[in-house]
Ligand binder design. Structure first.
Ligand code: 5AD
Ligand code: SF4
Length: 440
């Protein structure tokens, strides 16, 4: 039996795409290999959101080059956003690569592997959803659902619109059927994925659909106990979606709402189409309808032109909102993006580093403070398996998307009540109450 090995970089959409890639290979009769040394097909699903992602991948590719030198029959393939961003140049930069494909052409890999082709080939059209391919899930009880691909916005720092194309939504009926199949297969939690999930459905014909309609329809699927989504855009965070969090039993009390900057001037330069007030207004709307909702965000520091005053405004928003967590990034110029061409006001490296340190301190301090509200409460936890730090304990997630390490007996996929005893900025710790423990 032939074997494959896939290395995945980047975001959750890439993790999803890799699960489909694996499912497709298994339907062709390949089995997964634990290492590259024993694989017949070595694949990389790449990311190019920041420069660091590019560099990490290039280091890994060196290993594939060595394997290929020892076993020339091995097929080396490069997919994902980085491949899409350089296209045919993949083969010039790395002549040992046999096949390259963008995120919209994962299915072409199957064609390549089943053909007699001996020449290197690249596939870079935008067509098809990877979400329609067979799936090999990493977790039995949790699944990704790709609800749309692409992005029609033009945030000036972001390479994604050029690597994933225009936005296309999958039909609502198709997604309901997928959710039903997943539930029948033991899935209890789904995460809806899109570059801009809450603009879902506007391109559908003959009937436009709203993201809140999709949420309502999936909530109604028996067996799906938890729904998450990522990432929404603040400009499309309307009241119907916020209300859905209060009204739909399965929709979790967590929203990842990317801020990017707390300065309206910088948001404008980023072409985010909202300002600081609008963002704060969205937060107020969320807190009004779902007071206990966890809020996480993405923030970029060092965007060209960001002054001390602009950065201070970002810190102010972080203090004011009190996010439950944040991913923080140093601005990284990406080829072909508008921001990469801005030469005025480039922020010095030391300034970026210093701002990042101050931002991380504020984010973590506020997240730790916010997490204290869970101490003493009993929260539903979806069990994932043994704790990573202490295998005698279990690990799972609350509806707020907080990781909980706890003592007790429970099986992966169970939703159990856990009494929270301590909280840090990142994780919670607790115990199964005795009554619940007696029941399992
Ligand atoms: N530089 C730094 N961070 C970026 N992101 C996207 N593009 C860039 C870039 N060029 C961040 C944004 C986005 C997250 C997924 O990655 O914060 O929300
Ligand atoms: Fe990039 Fe903006 Fe689209 Fe997000 S919404 S993928 S940041 S262009």
């Amino acid at each position: 039996m032939k074997r494959y090995h896939v290395t995945t970089f980047g975001c959750q959409m890439n993790e999803h795409d890799s699960e489909r890639l694996k499912g497709m290979l298994e339907s062709l009769g390949y089995a997964e290999s634990q290492d590259r040394e024993t694989a017949d097909v070595i694949l990389f699903n790449t990311c190019s959101i920041r420069e660091a992602a590019d560099n990490r991948f290039v280091a890994h590719l060196g290993v594939a080059r060595r394997v290929k030198r020892e076993r020339p029959d091995v097929v080396v393939g490069v997919g994902g956003c980085w491949a899409q961003s350089v296209k045919e140049d993949v083969f010039r930069q790395f002549p040992f690569v046999d096949v390259a494909f963008g995120p919209g052409q994962v299915h072409k890999l199957a064609e390549f592997l089943t053909s007699d082709s001996i020449t290197a080939q690249g596939f870079f059209e935008f067509e098809g959803f990877t979400g329609r391919l067979p799936m090999h899930r990493a977790r039995e009880h949790q699944a990704w659902m790709q609800i749309s691909v692409g992005c029609n916005l033009r945030c000036s720092y972001c390479i994604v619109p050029s690597t994933r194309g225009r936005e296309v939504s999958r039909p609502l009926e198709e997604l309901i059927v997928e959710a039903q199949r997943l539930a029948a297969d033991g899935v209890r939690e789904v995460t809806l994925l899109g570059q801009n999930v809450n603009s879902y459905g506007r391109d559908l014909r003959p009937e436009r659909r709203a993201f809140s309609e999709l949420l309502t329809a999936i909530d109604a699927v028996p067996g799906i106990d938890r729904i998450r989504y990522t990432s929404p855009h603040p400009k499309d965070m309307r009241e119907d979606v916020v209300r859905a969090h209060a009204e739909l039993p399965a929709l979790c009390e967590h929203i990842h709402l990317p801020l990017q900057s707390g300065s309206s001037r910088i948001l404008k330069a980023m072409r985010r189409t909202y300002d600081r007030e609008r963002f704060l207004d969205r937060v107020a709307l969320i807190r009004e309808h779902v007071p206990d909702c966890a809020l996480t965000t993405d923030i970029i520091v060092g965007f060209p032109g960001e002054s001390d005053r602009d950065f201070a405004q970002t810190l102010e928003v972080v203090e004011e909102v009190g996010f439950d967590g944040a991913f923080t990034f140093v601005f990284s110029p990406r080829r072909g993006t508008e921001a990469a061409g801005i030469t005025d006001g480039v922020v010095a490296h030391e300034t970026k580093v210093e701002r990042m340190e101050r931002l991380v301190e504020a984010v973590q301090r506020r997240a730790a403070e916010r997490a204290q509200r869970f101490v003493g409460r009993t929260l539903d936890v979806l069990v994932e398996g043994p704790s990573r730090t202490d295998p005698s304990r279990l690990r799972g997630r609350t509806r707020h998307n907080k990781v909980v390490n706890f003592a007790g007996l429970a099986r992966p996929g169970e939703i159990v009540p856990v009494q929270i005893t301590t909280a840090t900025s990142q994780t919670l710790a607790g115990d199964l109450p005795l009554v619940a423990r007696a029941a399992v």
